[in-house]
Design a protein around this ligand. Structure first.
Ligand code: SF4
Length: 414
């Protein structure tokens, strides 16, 4: 059990930046987050135990023992045809066990955010692509183009740690940030404290037109963008020695053609490298998306949407899409694995729902079986991959509520 009023460093599992400098004070099994970024502090605090936290397995509304819950799961999957495992975020050991379990039973695996992963991967597969790391962006980039307005909400310390970092190694001047999209006045005000800001309130479907118009020899106009502003942006870009473009694929969810937006940015970056230096830095989702795609890729050769059959994992981007499988009644058991998601899990009444989830998990309806599991980085040590895939962080344990890990449960079921 954790000792009283113990100060510890949390390596944060709750977004793909995985900051390793969050201080917490633990008091028995509660913790207080000592982090000046309020969004992060609130986010991390959400996972503290409360009077609704579930620390024991349940069958429907009834509390059951772990051995009975495991037996019920075995009976459910034995009597059904097709089982799908949906990863809503877990550490590397959980993903490895998921693969082992699926390989022994011929199950399908998908990550809840894989549609966004495929929007980015599609560009890598079809056209040229140049990417950089958070470290390069922090130390070298002089101009950063940010596409979409949710990125600072989803990665709350991106400004403090990367774009406006005080301890940048080589950049003595403020970075120029060109924000493309409908950013709130509050966010712009915050960013202005650390960077020079130009906001282009542009329909993101016009990204290709906008990027083409920023080239020096272009005389094209862009709908909704004043000539004087465009000329100012051209000047900033023209002086840049190292331009970085960042986006969060989920920000393009309402766009008519998200793939076109991403491929336009990627092409623009590749073309800029003829005269200067430039790179893409897509930010991956907050549900250990990078950890899932890394582990699946090096183990199976595919980053998501796989099924084990005839002794090997097979991939089909459409056939093994979890939404498509559930909507079309092509699976009858769904195992949801959710150790870091703040979202209400969407369960479907047409299938048997099994949830391995953190103690504060909420659902749209009661699952058939729920087993509470530990949170990586809070309840047990583990590994997760940072958004740029160049760093795997070692998560620590800060409380001692002795819940099983996802790995423990899946290894018992395999
Ligand atoms: S920015 Fe992300 S990783 Fe860093 S403390 Fe906030 S939620 Fe955690």
């Amino acid at each position: 059990m954790a000792s009283q009023n113990d100060n510890k460093n949390l390596v944060c599992p709750f977004c793909s930046l995985h900051c390793d400098d969050v201080s917490v004070t633990t008091d028995n099994n509660q913790y207080k987050v000592n982090e000046s970024n309020n969004v992060c502090a609130k986010k991390i605090d959400t996972y503290n135990l409360n009077n609704k936290s579930m620390l024991l397995p349940k069958k429907g509304a009834k509390v059951v023992s772990l051995s009975s819950a495991l037996e019920d799961i075995r009976n459910i999957i034995k009597g059904h045809n097709e089982t799908l495992i949906i990863n809503h975020g877990v550490d590397l050991s959980g993903v490895r066990s998921m693969l082992n379990f699926a390989s022994q039973k011929n199950y399908i695996i998908d990550h809840i955010n894989s549609k966004f992963l495929y929007q980015n991967i599609g560009v890598v597969q079809r056209t040229g692509y140049m990417a950089t790391s958070l470290t390069e962006a922090k130390n070298r980039a002089d101009v950063v183009m940010v596409f979409g307005n949710q990125i600072f909400d989803k990665s709350p310390r991106l400004l403090e740690k990367v774009l406006g970092a005080k301890n940048s190694l080589y950049m003595k001047k403020k970075k120029e940030l060109i924000l493309i999209g409908d950013f709130s006045e509050n966010i712009i005000k915050e960013i202005k404290k650390k960077c020079n800001v130009t906001n282009v309130k542009l329909d993101l479907d016009l990204t290709n037109d906008f990027l083409n118009a920023t080239s020096l020899d272009s005389s094209e106009a862009v709908k909704g963008l004043k000539k004087s502003k465009l000329s100012n942006i051209k000047n900033i870009i023209n002086k840049s020695k190292y331009l970085v473009a960042i986006w969060l694929a989920s920000d393009f969810i309402k766009a008519k053609n998200p793939k076109k937006i991403i491929s336009s940015i990627s092409k623009y970056i590749v073309d800029r490298n003829i005269l200067s230096r430039a790179a893409c830095m897509p930010i991956s989702g907050s549900l250990a998306d990078a950890t899932s795609s890394q582990a699946l890729t090096w183990t199976t050769g595919f980053s998501s949407r796989i099924k084990h059959s005839e002794g090997t994992f097979k991939h089909d981007r459409n056939a093994f899409d979890s939404k498509h499988l559930i909507d079309n009644n092509n699976v009858d058991v769904v195992i949801h694995i959710s150790t870091i998601s703040p979202d209400k899990l969407k369960l479907n009444k047409n299938v048997k729902n099994i949830v391995l989830g953190h103690p504060n998990t909420t659902f749209t309806m009661a699952p058939d079986i729920f087993i509470p599991v530990g949170i990586p980085g809070i309840d047990y040590e583990g590994i997760m991959f940072r958004t740029d895939n160049v760093v795997s962080v070692a998560l620590k344990s800060i409380r001692g509520i002795k819940l099983p890990t996802t790995q423990n449960i899946l290894d018992k079921l395999a």
